[in-house]
Design a protein around this ligand. Structure first.
Ligand SMILES: [Zn+2]
Length: 220
């Protein structure tokens, strides 16, 4: 168990680096968590800059967001990450960023419409907007779960705040956060040219199914 958690620490540390490498975070904002047991998660400590973050600094928490080991305080979003893990047993990774283009859509309070094949692939439709929720408790987590219910999107734009993305692994959640920013930027640029052309729902369904089932390499 401890060896397995040590391995996840290394992976989660690398994923925090990839938020920086993909220009999704500034200073100390943003965080990634990983479920390491049915009722335990690792998450970024509060207020630690990315260039100072070490694998051993990631805080082991229960799903109420309380630290169960170490001396560092977990991210102020820990209770919300924990709420998501409690509500959605299939989720093993949660990411939060204030990435610029996606957060601009969140400030605008408008879902990103599904007008790109890449969006149909990854999100299976629009990227929805969740409520403005207070930071610190689990209200953001409740907003994430309620908003994503009935959507295929693994990402949600929390109004006036930023992006939360979920996945069956922390890497999948980071991928969704990266793709969310990518499509937020492209759809924003498309808007500068005028009206975008919507994809028909059956086209979105077909693209999403193909991407889920046929894209990439066969698993060995
Ligand atoms: Zn935030």
């Amino acid at each position: 168990m401890l060896d397995a958690i040590a391995e996840v620490r290394e992976e989660l540390h690398a994923l925090h680096r990839s938020l920086v490498d993909n220009a999704l975070v500034s200073w100390t904002s943003g965080n990634v968590s990983a479920r390491v047991a049915p009722d335990l998660m690792l998450i970024k400590p509060s207020g630690v800059p990315y260039d100072e973050l070490r694998p051993e600094d990631l805080v082991l928490c229960d799903l109420s967001g309380a630290a169960v080991a170490g001396t560092l305080r977990p991210s102020s979003d820990a209770a919300s990450h924990g709420y998501v893990y409690r509500a959605l047993p299939e989720v093993h990774g949660v990411v939060h960023t204030h990435s610029a283009y996606a957060t601009a859509w969140a400030a605008h309070g408008e879902p990103i419409p599904c007008v790109l094949t890449a969006m149909a692939d990854e999100f299976g439709g629009e990227i929805p907007v969740g409520p403005l929720a207070p930071i610190g408790g689990d209200a953001i987590g409740r907003g994430i779960v309620e908003t994503l219910h009935g959507h295929r999107s693994p990402a949600v734009l929390m109004r006036n705040h930023g992006v939360f993305a979920i996945g069956d692994s922390p890497r999948a959640a980071v991928k969704a956060a990266v793709m969310c920013e990518d499509v937020a930027r492209t759809v924003h640029l498309a808007r500068q040219l005028g009206e975008s052309v919507a994809l028909a729902p059956q086209t979105v369904d077909a693209l999403h199914a193909r991407y889920r089932n046929d894209y990439g390499q066969e698993e060995a």
